[in-house]
Design a protein around this ligand. Structure first.
Ligand code: F6P
Length: 557
């Protein structure tokens, strides 16, 4: 009897915590199943200069109503309020995630009552950039950082740089000698400024590469490497310990998560390469999206509606991935940027109470710029048994000297969406094989040409790719991620999942260096890890000719 009571109570408690069992979720899921994909009603939301076209997502008045009830029940209003007011929304670390404060207007007070500029050091950074420009000492920048300390600068510089940019930049993020040597190849150390970007200044890859850069400066005849170093960090003492002069250390705030760094002085390399105006524009666009997210009614709120479309596709219909197809060669790094934003934020399986979230969460984010993707994996999008929802991103204005190319680019984008939605049925496919004489053969062939259709997509349109639009686009995705985290009940601002691997790597690295002469060692690992530790030691510690496949070496082999 006691056990039965306990079981009933446990079941009731589990149901109380269960998202799947909640009345609001069930109503939402039911309405999503009943909603039409090709309902014909145009659904375009204008937000911060972007147009978000959700017409090709499931729609119905019942779904709209159920979605609003779900958002209310999951506490979106209070969560949003906490986000914007610097509340401890990163609850596992007891911290705010106040990236929105970095782009809020100049008048907005910062956490300690100071104005934004003095806290975020934007003016100090701009002065430094001006100084570097005036002195013309540095012809190139070597940017060292990884994850959030890397993707933002890469994305923005690819988007707004080019032959006319102020100075060339090379990036090194990976802890791979090839990456480092490739990055510095051909650079003159005497004319190079090394920017080390790391919020924690404890990231192994970044510190290793920074030390390698200092050695490279010295070997290249730079008597005082510290004059060639700048750092962006929340850990100034560590940067100082590396030798960066205090006047060239720029502060990141602890209340901003690493993957939101692009809004901080981590934009230093952007400013040095494509100008401070790019950063100002990006922040203005992001701020406009922040305002839209706070003020627009939920039914016409772009991040909220984008989030809901994702919830339907992932958590109700079971799509395990989301493809991002940016029809812009300059948005080459958008997918990787969004992979970190979405997957480091949402790749969690437990909610606030530590219990497993009981609906599917966090789709894989993948993709590449269109039209390259069309020649790579669009076959799979159109005809595989799975398919995936797609976010298409395009701009109305392309390169002014190539209007024809831009018309073709846009036509491809619109055509792919339509093909995914409408598909091609057997009747249409049979028309394509009318030339095949044997009817049986024609029918077989026609089956191979059927596109099932019914595959959802969103289209996000920029007037043109300029800093404001990119800022608004990134903030759109940030807030979408936030809304989804609220519904799923996960903390989007921590990243515990990266810690275990890092810790194991430290131990294994030590083991890889143990001399072979130490004899047989029981490493206590699984069989495969132990085997490869021993095999590497045997390989690395035997005398080796310099036969790596290096540029310049290959010719002499
Ligand atoms: O991958 C984990 C992570 O902590 C990211 O969140 C962060 O962007 C990256 O490492 C780099 O961290 P840091 O800026 O502290 O070097």
């Amino acid at each position: 009897m006691g056990n039965a009571n306990f079981a009933r109570e446990a079941e009731a408690a589990a149901e109380a915590d269960s998202l799947a069992a909640s009345h609001e979720w069930r109503a939402f899921a039911q309405a999503a199943h009943g909603a039409a994909l090709d309902a014909g009603a145009l659904k375009v939301i204008e937000a911060a200069g972007l147009c978000v076209d959700l017409t090709m997502q499931r729609q119905s008045p019942a779904l709209d109503a159920a979605a609003l009830a779900l958002l209310r029940a999951r506490g979106l209003d209070a969560a949003r309020q906490a986000l914007f007011s610097g509340g401890p929304v990163n609850w596992t670390e007891g911290k705010p995630a106040w990236h929105t404060a970095l782009r809020a207007g100049r008048t907005r007070e910062q956490p300690d009552g100071q104005d934004r500029d003095s806290v975020c050091e934007y003016s100090r950074m701009a002065d430094f950039v001006r100084h570097v420009d005036q002195n013309a000492d540095f012809a190139t920048v070597l940017h060292i950082g990884i994850g959030g300390s890397d993707w933002g600068p890469r994305l923005a510089i690819q988007a707004f740089g080019g032959p006319g940019q102020r100075r060339q930049i090379r990036f090194v993020s990976n802890i791979d000698g090839h990456a480092f040597h490739d990055a510095v190849a051909g650079l003159d150390p005497r004319r190079c400024l090394v920017v080390v970007s790391s919020k924690s200044f404890t990231t192994a890859e970044t510190l290793h590469n920074a030390r390698a850069a200092i050695a490279w400066l010295r070997q290249g005849g730079v008597a005082d490497p510290s004059a060639h170093l700048a750092a962006v960090t929340a850990n100034a003492p560590a940067a100082r310990a590396l030798g960066v002069p205090a006047s060239q250390v720029f502060r990141m705030c602890d209340w901003v998560g690493g993957r939101y760094s692009v809004w901080s002085v981590a934009g230093l390399s952007i400013a040095l390469t494509v100008g401070t105006d790019v950063l100002i524009g990006m922040r203005a666009g992001a701020e406009a999206m922040d305002q839209h997210f706070q003020q627009a009614p939920l039914g016409a709120n772009a991040p909220v509606q984008l989030a809901l479309a994702g919830l339907v596709n992932c958590s109700v219909l079971g799509h395990g991935s989301l493809n991002i197809a940016a029809y812009s060669a300059r948005l080459l790094h958008l997918v990787t940027y969004l992979q970190q934003l979405e997957m480091e934020s949402l790749g969690k399986r437990v909610g606030g109470d530590g219990a497993a979230v009981d609906v599917p969460t966090a789709p894989i984010i993948w993709g590449m710029p269109g039209t390259d993707g069309q020649h790579t994996f669009f076959q799979w999008l159109h005809q595989s048994a799975h398919g995936a929802p797609v976010d298409f991103i395009a701009s109305l204005q392309g390169h002014p000297d190539s209007p024809d190319a831009h018309r073709m680019l846009l036509a491809n984008c619109l055509a792919q969406r339509q093909a995914l939605l409408r598909g091609k049925d057997l009747e249409q496919a049979l028309l394509d094989v009318a030339h095949v004489e044997d009817p049986e053969q024609a029918l077989t062939l026609a089956h191979h040409m059927v596109h099932p259709g019914g595959r959802p997509s969103t289209l996000i349109v920029l007037r043109q790719l300029e800093p404001r639009a990119l800022g608004a686009l990134l903030a759109l995705y940030e807030h979408k991620v936030f809304v989804q985290s609220v519904v799923w009940g996960v903390n989007p601002f921590d990243q515990w999942g990266v810690e275990l691997g890092k810790r194991l790597a430290t131990g294994i690295e030590r083991e890889l260096a143990v001399p072979v002469s130490a004899g047989v060692v029981d490493w206590g690992h699984d069989a495969s890890t132990s085997y490869w530790i021993d095999r590497y030691r045997g390989h690395a510690q035997a005398p080796q000719p310099r036969h790596a496949w290096l540029p310049g070496v290959a010719a002499h082999l």
